[in-house]
Design a protein around this ligand. Structure first.
Ligand code: AMP
Length: 434
């Protein structure tokens, strides 16, 4: 038989990861709810054309990283091309349009949590399937919407213990002023074109803004004196940006205006940002996002402004683990039900089932192991109590309760045991046990 392995760049998340993951996703959801976000779950598969149009054909994501396939159509005909989502925003916008969310009170504040697929070259913390927490505020052009997206990203990372957080922020203008800037940038770079890295020479033709955030050694010297987008903003974009920065100043949120930040996707207008901080290297992008006022219209909806961000869960989990942050263990059953003999096994199964129906956690022994082995299992699982049903208990309708931490034991009627369990275990199950 072949030995099956997970697909390259994709990983299993094992049970020992659960507490850390739920700490991160729990924090994200609870902070999002504090701002009034509600959850939207969209399918993992969407029409390929949605991403081609929404994210942009020239982006790395669409041009080389999508998992796409042709669906089967009716009567054996070829169906449409589908793609595993390489980002959340386009799908959330499709859902906003399709479900008429535009006719509900605006703005709509929506968060999502789930897997994203990009066929990137796998390396440390770069996977082909990873999870994102994504948030969008749709239907408001107010800089306060941008602010709330930034604050949500900031609070998520600060509450999880990230240090030295600092926003990198820029404005990419709107369809009126952006083209003027692109022309100026092209004019500035054109005389140097031959000396730019080959990928950037290509970008200069197809998507000149992308040259700005190039990491290529040959290109970098020519970027220092490149014109700044902020000098080309029209009045509306300039006012929007300065109002946003004013809020950040007033709230004492640290930021740096980064003239080279454009972010890779075509749909951004006005604000673009990344949150930098310690953890993934000295200073690295922890998450990023921006405003996309033309996107919904581009996808066939009414002209609607929007702003959002996405954070990668694997990377946050990695940083928290590296920092040795202690995370409370998740609740586990505190009681182990042990038995001796087949008849007692039935009674033990009934006892454990009854407890669970009442909301109390209980484990039960499997495979008819010796009582000694069952006690060892109870200890291994961290259960504090063992309820034993042996032949004597079966005959008397009783239960022997052993308290492992105090090495004390007591035989009691089933009713008395039930009352004890409700009193002692339900409170413990409800809280997180360290
Ligand atoms: P992006 O949509 O590229 O702005 O990514 C948003 C966030 O998702 C990043 O800041 C990362 O935390 C995370 N992310 C992006 N690509 C990957 C990947 N290949 N593997 C793991 N996390 C990723």
């Amino acid at each position: 038989m072949p030995r099956f392995k997970s697909v390259k760049g994709m990983q299993d998340i094992l049970p020992e990861e659960e507490a850390l993951w739920s700490r991160v996703t729990g924090a994200a959801v609870s902070i999002a709810r504090r701002f009034g976000f509600a959850k939207i779950d969209t399918p993992v598969l969407e029409a390929t054309a949605l991403f081609a149009r929404g994210v942009g054909e020239d982006t790395d994501i669409v041009s080389k990283e999508m998992y796409s396939f042709l669906d089967r159509g009716r009567d054996g005909e070829q169906g449409e091309s589908l793609t595993l989502r390489p980002e959340f925003t386009a799908g959330v916008m499709r859902a906003y349009i399709e479900n008429g969310l535009a006719s509900r009170p605006q703005p709509q504040k929506l968060y999502s949590l789930g897997p994203i697929f990009r066929r990137e070259r796998p390396q440390k913390l770069r996977y082909r399937q990873f999870n994102q927490f994504n948030a969008e505020i749709i239907g408001s052009a107010d800089p306060v919407a941008d602010l709330e997206i930034l604050l949500l990203a900031y609070m998520l990372h600060s509450e999880l213990g990230f240090k030295n957080l600092n926003f990198q922020i820029n404005s990419t203008g709107d369809p009126e002023c952006k083209p003027r800037y692109i022309e100026a940038l092209k004019a500035y770079l054109a005389p140097h074109a031959e000396k730019l890295a080959p990928t950037d020479r290509d970008r200069l033709q197809r998507n000149p803004l992308r040259v700005l955030d190039s990491k290529e050694r040959e290109t970098l010297p020519y970027l220092a004196d490149a014109p700044h987008m902020l000098d080309y903003l029209n009045e509306g974009c300039r006012a929007h940006f300065s109002e946003l920065l004013g809020y950040l100043d007033a709230l004492g949120i640290p930021y740096t205006v980064n003239h080279r930040l454009v972010r890779g996707l075509d749909y951004y207008t006005k604000t673009v940002f990344e949150l930098w901080g310690e953890g993934l290297g000295a200073q690295a992008a922890l998450c990023g996002g921006g405003r996309y006022d033309g996107l919904i219209e581009l996808l066939g909806g009414p002209p609607t402004p929007g702003v959002g961000f996405a954070a990668g869960i694997e990377r946050i989990v990695h940083v928290i683990r590296e920092q040795g942050v202690s995370v409370p263990a998740l609740p586990q059953p505190r009681l182990f039900v042990a038995y001796q003999g087949d008849a007692a096994k039935q009674a033990a199964v009934a006892l454990a089932s009854d407890l669970r129906l009442r909301g109390i956690g209980a484990r039960i022994a499997f495979d008819g192991r010796s009582l000694k082995a069952q006690f060892r299992d109870a200890d291994r699982y961290g259960c504090a109590y063992v309820a034993v049903i042996g032949p004597d208990e079966l005959a008397a309708g009783s239960v022997t309760l052993r308290d492992l931490t105090r090495s004390a034991q007591q035989t009691m009627t089933r009713e008395a045991f039930g009352a004890w369990a409700i009193q002692t275990l339900s409170a413990q199950d409800a809280t997180t046990v360290a």
